[in-house]
Design a protein around this ligand. Structure first.
Ligand SMILES: [Zn+2]
Length: 91
């Protein structure tokens, strides 16, 4: 269970759940706590038995994050955001 949400934990620990998310994306810490943990390269750091859970988190985040929150799954090799097709945070 931990590994299915592990990619989001650095962001929550760094900024807390009540952060001003419109402002957070301008901080350098945003890159290390959001962009890098949502990179598929992080799978090499995850224990082998939990990689599928971690990868599923990233795969689910790709279509549900748009605009400046788009996931960059190949960062830091390719800084290419994959635009999602809906924004789960705006209902
Ligand atoms: Zn996430």
């Amino acid at each position: 269970m931990f590994w299915s949400v592990a990619a989001d934990i650095p962001m929550l620990l760094a900024f807390g759940p009540w952060a001003d998310w419109d402002e957070v994306k301008f901080y350098k810490l945003y890159y290390y706590c959001y962009v890098l943990p949502h990179s598929l390269w992080m799978l090499f750091l995850v224990p082998a038995r939990w990689r599928l859970l971690y990868a599923l988190h990233i795969i689910m985040d790709v279509p549900s994050h748009t605009g400046e929150w788009s996931v960059k799954p190949l960062t830091p090799v390719l800084d290419w955001p994959v635009p999602g097709f809906y924004d789960a945070w705006r209902v």
